[in-house]
Design a protein around this ligand. Structure first.
Ligand SMILES: Cc1cn([C@H]2C[C@H](O)[C@@H](COP(=O)(O)OP(=O)(O)O[C@H]3O[C@@H](C)C(=O)[C@@H](O)[C@H]3O)O2)c(=O)[nH]c1=O
Length: 190
């Protein structure tokens, strides 16, 4: 596996190192030893599969508050996504900056999203599947989000989303203290 730094500290693009022969190739898709050798946690609590029927489906941005913060390690196993990561760590030199990466079934690129960053992706093909490992269990009460078009971040998406959940369209405007922000689905039931 080859680990490449991105413009946001701790967000790594990981590429396969394939052993190719007449059958095709073999490559490691995740390795605790290699993660630890790069100073990264090799903890895995869940493997998640996200299937998206239509292109231009948007999921995110999502992150979990401490003590449930997660490292996520994503790969698009079928189709293609435009993945965006926002740095939400106030002490980081790239606080509030974002990066975008194309993850596709064909390029096998993988993305490590560390604790304190929020992740979202927009599918670019029908029948797109993303598989990802997360280091913490899902904790709905600790989940927070950023609206895909929140003006605080000025993110330029390749196209407007056509399919998006009510939760993700209604995240409130970004506030620097996310623990004080209301959760839209909690508001809806109060
Ligand atoms: C994320 C998650 C959801 N769920 C449930 C809650 C809900 O009923 C249903 C769908 O949840 P969501 O709408 O939040 O799923 P989704 O929008 O796909 O959430 C994901 O978005 C991408 C961008 C990420 O980065 C992921 O970490 C994750 O937050 O699945 C779990 O049971 N476990 C989980 O780990």
């Amino acid at each position: 596996m080859q680990f490449e730094d991105t413009a946001i500290a701790g967000v790594k693009l990981v590429r396969l190192q394939p052993f190719t022969d007449e059958r095709g190739f073999f490559a490691r898709g995740w390795c605790r030893k290699e993660f630890e050798a790069h100073g990264l946690s090799g903890e895995v609590a869940q493997t998640n599969i996200s299937f998206n029927r239509s292109k231009h489906t948007l999921r995110g941005f999502h992150h979990q508050l401490a003590p449930h913060q997660e490292d996520k390690f994503l790969r698009c196993t079928r189709g293609a996504v435009h993945d965006v990561v926002i740095d939400l760590r106030p002490q980081s030199p790239t606080f509030k900056k974002h990066i975008s990466v194309a993850l596709t079934g064909a390029n096998y690129a993988m993305l490590l999203v560390p604790k304190g960053c929020a992740n979202a992706f927009l599918t670019m093909e029908d029948d797109t599947e993303v598989t990802y490992l997360v280091s913490q269990f899902y904790a709905p009460g600790a989940e927070r989000g950023i609206r895909w078009n929140d003006p605080s971040f000025g993110i330029s998406w390749p196209v407007e989303p056509k399919v998006i959940s009510a939760k993700d369209s209604n995240w409130p405007d970004f506030a620097e203290e996310p623990e004080l922000m209301p959760i839209p689905h909690a508001l809806a039931t109060s």
